[in-house]
Design a protein. Structure first.
Length: 239
């Protein structure tokens, strides 16, 4: 598979998405594999969720000279688990995010386990709260909170939903060949940094000791947690 950086991601950094609340829709669900955390000396699987904000637009000229107008995109990366601590203790960041989005707790089976079909999140609306955070002199726009969508006109993805799961790659095939070519480059870079991708990288020997290997990490801490929100349950939530 050839990797092509699409035109909307080329060039200088775009202006930050202004802080505030926006109607949005989930357009990306991307499993980027296991990333090594030097701080904790372990591998941790990660997932990106991406959201289009229709009221904020980005304009660019594609390689064929066509003028393109698309919604702005916000993404957030999570450790890929929906665990709850013992005796109902601390919830994972991803679980808290999904439950805020739903406006209620995730359903559980007879054994007390929650099963999430992440592919069903594609094209599902929400409301995002964006905040600005300054770190080492650089200001970033981050997804701070998510809420159930409350409006009448639900936004939809302008184009195709991007979904990628390592669990759906046929056994024995190179996962890099299956990674969607229209995914933003920062998500692709995170995937290339994963254990799964590097196992297929010719720069690494087949006998690499992955349990003790140390691979450069983009971020060796979890996303910042925020207190649980309360909201009316959206009965249309996909799980």
């Amino acid at each position: 598979m050839s990797w092509i950086i699409t035109d909307e991601y080329k060039g200088q950094r775009q202006e930050l998405v202004p802080a505030g609340k926006y109607d949005a829709v989930c357009s990306i669900i991307a499993d980027v594999g296991h990333e090594y955390w030097p701080r904790y000396k372990k591998w941790n699987r990660k997932i990106f969720l991406g959201f289009e904000i229709p009221e904020l637009r980005t304009e660019f000229t594609d390689q064929n000279g066509n003028e393109i107008n698309k919604p702005r995109l916000m993404t957030r990366r999570f450790p890929l688990n929906i665990n709850v601590g013992k005796d109902g203790g601390k919830k994972s960041d991803l679980r808290k995010f999904l439950e805020r989005w739903k406006g209620g707790e995730l359903e559980r089976d007879a054994n007390g386990n929650s099963i999430v079909d992440f592919e069903k999140l594609g094209n599902f609306p929400c409301q995002l709260e964006v905040e600005h955070v300054t770190k080492n002199g650089t200001t970033y726009a981050n997804i701070d909170r998510v809420y159930p969508f409350q409006g009448e006109n639900k936004p939809t993805v302008e184009g195709d939903v991007i979904f990628f799961s390592l669990d759906k790659i046929p056994k024995g095939e190179n996962p890099i060949d299956h990674f969607p070519a229209n995914c933003p480059p920062w998500i692709y870079d995170s995937f290339l940094n994963s254990r799964e991708a590097q196992e297929w990288d010719n720069r690494h020997k087949e006998d690499t000791d992955w349990d003790n290997a140390q691979v450069p990490s983009q971020n060796d801490t979890d996303d910042n947690s925020t207190p649980d929100d309360t909201a009316d349950t959206d009965d249309d939530f996909p799980f």
